[in-house]
Design a protein around this ligand. Structure first.
Ligand SMILES: Cc1ncc(COP(=O)(O)O)c(C=O)c1O
Length: 257
């Protein structure tokens, strides 16, 4: 379940003594299945509650104008302590710099596009993707002046041929809804990178158990948390996990406005 750092003679008793705060109670990197449970989860300092509390407050009191945001929270659309834990866990599971959580997968998708494209910009996108995704490109973003080329992503050469000087985004979905066609994430990431474009991968159907696109060169991952992440048919959710701080800040800004 865990590995001690090589060369360290830490005893189990010493580890047990440290077993007070999640993330410090075992040394070394946790494996994925342990991280699903433990990543980012820390006992709540006031009560010691082990289960992350649901902070339902929309707004957070500030000690003073000078100490504005000292505790990190002001308004829940921008930051909320419960959502922060989810975001830190998502970033850990996907090997990203940071994650932005949304109320739905489509909110995550439209925010990833809004954060990386403007009128006049071009995107190469899979011709097989979730209906809401291609509808948002054809019927929502195209009338705003953005351009989309739909190609078969099963062959990376199709992506390469569709690239233009104004291509800012390459949008993969793998395995794609509904026919489960696959994209070579590493090859497509290289094509995007060589052209100075960002590569976003909707990896909802894979989940990080099967595929972590950031490890293969992608810049952003989209998850409809409504699906396997949630797993019980009781809530909707979405997330954009970014590889670097600059992209993460752009997505956060698109959510906060
Ligand atoms: C692959 C994929 N991406 C995105 C979405 C959109 O997610 P949501 O329904 O949470 O808005 C879906 C929904 O079915 C999906 O299957």
């Amino acid at each position: 379940m865990f590995r001690l750092r090589p060369g360290r003679s830490t005893t189990l008793t010493a580890l047990r003594r440290k077993a007070t705060v999640s993330g410090t109670w075992l040394e070394g990197e946790m494996k994925l299945d342990t991280n699903f449970v433990h990543a980012a989860v820390t006992p709540e300092p006031k009560s010691g509650a082990i289960l992350t509390p649901l902070f339902l407050s929309t707004t957070f009191i500030q000690e003073s104008v000078e100490k504005y945001l000292d505790k990190g929270y002001s308004y829940s659309r921008t930051n909320n302590p419960t959502v922060t834990v989810l975001e830190q866990k998502l970033a850990k599971l996907e090997n990203g710099y940071g994650a932005c959580a949304f109320g739905t997968g489509m909110a995550a998708t439209t925010s990833a596009i809004s954060a990386t494209m403007q009128a006049g910009d071009h995107c190469v996108i899979s011709d097989c993707s979730y209906g809401g995704t291609n509808r948002s490109c054809r019927e929502f973003f195209t009338p705003m002046g953005m351009e989309f080329t739909f190609v078969d992503f099963r062959d990376p050469e199709n992506v390469k041929k569709a690239m233009k000087p104004n291509t800012k985004l390459v949008f993969s979905e793998t395995p794609a809804n509904p026919v489960l066609s696959l994209t070579d994430i590493e090859a497509v990431s290289k094509i995007a990178k060589d052209a100075g474009a960002k590569h976003v991968v909707d990896a909802t159907f894979a989940t990080p158990v099967i595929c972590r696109p950031l490890d293969w060169g992608a810049d952003m991952v989209i998850q409809s948390l409504t699906k396997y992440y949630e797993g019980h048919n009781i809530m909707t959710g979405g997330a954009v996990i970014s590889k670097d701080q600059a992209l993460h800040e752009k997505v956060k800004w698109a959510r906060s406005l």
